[in-house]
Write a protein that binds this ligand. Structure first.
Ligand SMILES: [Zn+2]
Length: 434
C-alpha cells in the first residue's frame, strides 16, 4: 500500500504529476489510492485542502511537493485530500522509548515488587523469556501504534546485555525497516545491565557499534549502578568516537552523584569534540538544583550542544524545559518504557505525553500548554537532529489532522488522530495504518 521510499527528483515529480488526474478525495471516505497508482504517482504532489494549521480560524490549503510543504501553487494534477476544516499540527517525536522491552499487544503481565534497577532488570529478563512473539514483532506492534498516534520519529533504546546478545537491537532494527515509509527511528545500544558490572556487555556494545544498526551508544548510572564512573564513560565515549555514533546515557541519580556524572559527560564531550552528538536522559539531578547551579550547568550544556530528554515522570523529576531552553539546551520528551516489566502504564502516544507534561507541571496558560506540544514535537526533532516539521515552506510534510479548536485545547482533550501524514504520504487514518 505504500509508495516506494525512494525520493524521485523534483522534475520527475512534476512531470508525473501532470499525468495524474486530480482526484479530489474526501478524508472520511475511501480515499486511499489504488496501490498501483500510489507506486506510479510521484512521491508528492498533494494538496491538503481546508485545514487549519495550529488551529487558525481561517482554513487554508497545504500544498506538498516532494515530501515538503510548498508555498508555490500546486502542480497540475496534484492529488487533493479534503481536511474537512481539521486542525493541522506538526507530527510528534518520541525522544526516548524502549520498544524491545514491551509486551504491547500481548497478554497482561503481572509485575512483582521491585525497588532497585537490578530488581527491574531481573523482571525484564523474565518478561523477555516469557514472550511468544519475537522482539521484532513486539517492537513493530508498538512502533506501528505510535505511527497511528502521529509519531513521525523516535529514538529507541534497545537493551544490549549477555542475556539477550543483540536480539533487542536487531528486533528494533527489523521493525524500523518495516516502518521506514512512516517513521524515522534512531536506535541506542543500551547497556541496561551495566557496562562494567555485567561482563561481556562491553564486547556486545562494540559489536552493536560495528553492526551499523545503532545510532548511539548508551550508558546507565555510571556511579550508582555500575560503580565505575571513569571506566564506563571512557568506554561509551570511546566507542562513539571510534565508530562515529552519538551517545545517549540514562542518568537517574537525584543527588550530587548525578552532577558528578554530568561533569564527566561534559568533559568528554569537549575533549572528543562530540558537540551535538551527546544526549543525557532523565537527568533527575537537575530539577533539585538551585537556579544558579542549574544556570551554570545549563550554560555548559548549551555551549556543547548536549541535549536532554525527559519523560515528565513527576513534578519533582521533570526537567525544567523552559529554563533549559533559555540556555539553548535542546530538550526532548519521550514515553520511556511502555507496558514492560518496569511499568504497566504507557501508550506510546506523544500527544498524551504532552498532556502529562502539562499536568505534572501545573500548566494553565495557553502558551504554556502550547509549549508542551512543542516539547513533544520540535523538542524531540531537535534532539534527534531532524528538521522541524513546522508546517512552513520547506519543512517536512509530517503532520496530523485532528478535530478541535486550538492547540491548548488539543493538549487537554487529546483528540483522535484522523489523518497522519509522513513525508507528504498518508500513513495512518482513523487510528489505523494505511
Ligand atoms: Zn529509558
Amino acid at each position: 500500500m505504500t509508495p516506494a521510499p525512494s525520493t524521485p527528483s523534483r522534475r520527475a515529480v512534476l512531470a508525473t504529476a501532470a499525468t495524474v488526474a486530480a482526484t479530489g478525495t474526501m478524508l472520511s471516505a475511501g480515499t486511499a489510492p489504488a496501490a498501483a497508482d500510489a507506486r506510479k504517482r510521484p512521491r508528492q504532489a498533494v494538496v491538503f485542502r481546508n485545514v487549519r494549521p495550529f488551529g487558525a480560524r481561517k482554513p487554508v490549503d497545504l500544498t506538498v511537493v516532494d515530501g515538503r510543504i510548498s508555498d508555490r501553487p500546486a502542480p497540475g494534477g496534484a492529488e487533493v485530500i479534503d481536511g474537512g476544516g481539521r486542525i493541522a499540527l506538526p507530527s510528534l517525536v518520541d525522544a526516548h522509548i524502549h520498544p524491545d522491552k514491551t509486551s504491547w499487544g500481548g497478554p497482561w503481565v503481572s509485575r512483582r515488587p521491585a525497588d532497585t534497577i537490578a530488581d527491574f532488570v531481573a523482571q525484564d529478563v523474565e518478561l523477555f523469556d516469557s514472550q511468544s512473539r519475537s522482539v521484532g514483532e513486539r517492537a513493530y506492534g508498538l512502533m506501528a501504534h505510535a505511527v497511528t498516534r502521529g509519531t513521525r520519529a523516535m529514538r529507541a533504546h534497545a537493551d544490549v546485555a549477555p542475556a539477550y546478545g543483540l536480539a533487542g537491537v536487531e528486533g528494533v532494527a527489523e521493525a524500523r525497516e518495516r516502518l521506514r515509509h512512516a517513521l524515522d527511528v534512531q536506535i541506542v545500544a543500551f547497556p541496561q545491565h551495566g557496562v562494567v558490572r555485567t561482563p561481556g556487555t562491553a564486547a556486545l556494545l562494540e559489536e552493536a557499534a560495528r553492526s551499523g544498526l545503532v545510532d548511539c551508544i548508551g550508558g546507565i548510572d555510571p556511579i550508582s549502578f555500575d560503580n565505575a564512573l571513569e571506566e564506563q564513560l571512557d568506554l561509551v565515549f570511546g566507542l562513539a568516537d571510534r565508530h562515529g555514533t552519538g551517545v545517549d546515557i540514562h542518568l537517574h541519580d537525584t543527588d550530587a552523584k548525578g552532577v558528578t556524572v554530568l561533569r564527566g559527560i561534559i568533559d568528554r564531550t569537549r575533549a572528543l569534540s562530540l558537540q551535538g552528538r551527546v544526549t543525557v536522559s532523565h537527568v533527575f539531578c537537575l530539577p533539585g538544583l538551585s537556579d544558579a547551579e542549574l544556570g551554570a550547568l545549563a550554560e555548559e550544556l548549551g555551549d556543547l550542544d548536549i541535549s536532554l530528554t525527559t519523560v515528565a515522570p513527576s513534578r519533582d523529576l521533570v526537567l525544567p524545559v523552559a529554563r533549559l531552553r533559555e540556555y539553548g539546551v535542546k530538550v526532548g520528551l519521550g514515553s520511556d518504557g511502555v507496558r514492560d516489566a518496569w511499568s504497566p502504564f504507557g501508550n506510546a502516544d506523544m500527544m498524551h505525553r504532552a498532556h502529562l507534561l502539562g499536568w505534572v507541571t501545573d500548566m494553565r496558560l495557553d502558551e504554556e500548554l502550547s509549549s508542551c506540544y512543542e516539547a513533544a514535537t520540535h523538542g524531540g526533532s531537535d534532539v534527534m537532529g531532524l528538521p522541524r516539521a513546522g508546517l512552513t515552506p520547506g519543512s517536512p510534510a509530517d503532520f496530523v489532522l485532528v478535530r478541535g479548536e486550538c492547540v491548548p485545547q488539543v493538549v487537554v482533550d487529546m483528540p483522535q488522530r484522523d489523518l497522519v501524514v509522513h513525508g507528504g504520504t498518508v500513513v495512518a487514518r482513523d487510528g489505523r495504518l494505511v
